[in-house]
Design a protein around this ligand. Structure first.
Ligand SMILES: [Fe+2]
Length: 355
């Protein structure tokens, strides 16, 4: 089948996803966070997707899950069989299948960050939850965490996948919202260790050290059957993992629409101007000659995107294009990404041509 439709909904380092079947337009909501319900509904509407199921990859310690709101909308909620969550959910185990239209996702149990962690694998993606992150593994110092078990789960489940598999992690704190198995094998420092115990020794996690009163309160709410949840984004109470080196990934080069306009045809002729907005935005109005690959779907087109020399990335305002530039550099796909500052909005305001 074609690759799934993937939309990343980022909030304070927490990543939710809308994963849609391109044939039936049915969609799975992954790890929806309180305060983002309208955004998620809006994404589904814009993409013409009907959400049919929701998954919480594990009991979240750092933010409130909004799964109960979608359960109330009639969606099916999936969680790992080992969860203590009291919601009306379907418990899934290793090798069960979650079907979303014709998209079939295989369940993998990936304990270590929490005992109930699962991943969903299919259609060229691995929905990882808090297990394998970009350049690191999830933290493992909560009650119920075990860093050695986490390392072994990740090795057994993820390192066995094809290199080109796109990994969609539950968190990203560095503006690198997805990765591939190939990149993690090459770059993730966790895989420099020979075994789970050796990895555990290196991180020195003290079990239960992460259970602050705020974390315990968040966990308790996420286990409740019908909690009274706020409507606004709830503060994130903990960071669930760390990537390589910490801090933000470096900024990439930026150029203004006015500076790029004269070279537009030259870039477009070699397929080196990528508009990373969503398809519906691109279809409405675009810069002539540019190619559309939405940010959430770049991972499915890495071979086609590979170029030496300068490549322009553009979006509506210059934020998504910077993210794309960072990811494509990290994955070794582009050597000289240029993010267009101000994006399509500034291109238009400058009076440059559109179609
Ligand atoms: Fe987590």
């Amino acid at each position: 089948m074609n690759h799934p439709i993937v939309k990343i909904v980022q909030d304070s380092g927490c990543q939710s996803y809308v994963v849609g079947c391109p044939e039936t337009r049915r969609a799975l909501l992954v790890d929806p966070k309180v305060g983002r319900r309208e955004t998620i509904r809006d994404v589904c509407e814009r993409f013409g997707l009907t959400p049919v199921a929701v998954v919480d990859t594990h009991t979240h310690a750092d933010h409130l899950s909004d799964s109960v709101a979608f359960l109330n909308d009639g969606l099916t909620l999936y969680m790992g069989a080992r969860t203590a969550c009291r919601r009306d959910l379907k418990r899934v185990r290793k090798d069960d299948t979650v079907s979303v239209g014709s998209l079939e996702l295989r369940v993998a149990e990936v304990p270590g960050h929490t005992d109930d962690s699962i991943a969903l694998i299919g259609g060229g993606v691995a929905i990882a939850g808090d297990t394998l992150l970009v350049g690191g593994l999830a933290r493992a110092d909560f009650l119920g965490s075990d860093p050695a078990v986490l390392w072994e789960s990740v090795r057994d489940v993820f390192l066995a996948l094809p290199d080109e598999t796109v990994v969609l992690p539950g968190h990203d704190y560095r503006d690198l919202p997805f990765t591939t198995i190939e990149a993690e094998k090459a770059k993730n420092p966790a895989f420099r260790f020979a075994s789970g115990p050796k990895y555990a020794e290196s991180v020195g996690a003290v079990r239960g050290a992460g259970n602050t009163p705020e974390v315990d309160a968040t966990l308790a709410t996420n286990l409740e059957e019908a909690p009274d949840l706020p409507d606004s984004p709830h503060a994130v109470v903990a960071c669930c993992g760390s990537g390589e080196g910490g801090g933000m990934a470096p900024r990439e080069a930026e150029e203004s629409p006015a500076a790029l306009a004269d070279r537009r045809e030259e870039f477009c002729a070699r397929g080196a101007w990528i508009d990373v907005r969503d398809a519906w935005e691109f279809e409405a109005e675009r810069i002539p000659g540019t190619t559309n690959v939405p940010l959430g779907e770049l991972g499915f087109h890495l071979d086609a995107l590979r170029r030496d020399g300068p490549v322009v990335l553009s979006c509506l305002g210059g934020v998504r294009s910077m993210t794309a530039a960072r990811i494509l550099r990290r994955l070794g796909v582009l050597t000289e990404p240029i993010s267009m500052s101000g994006g399509f909005r500034e291109w238009k305001a400058t009076g440059l041509p559109t179609e």
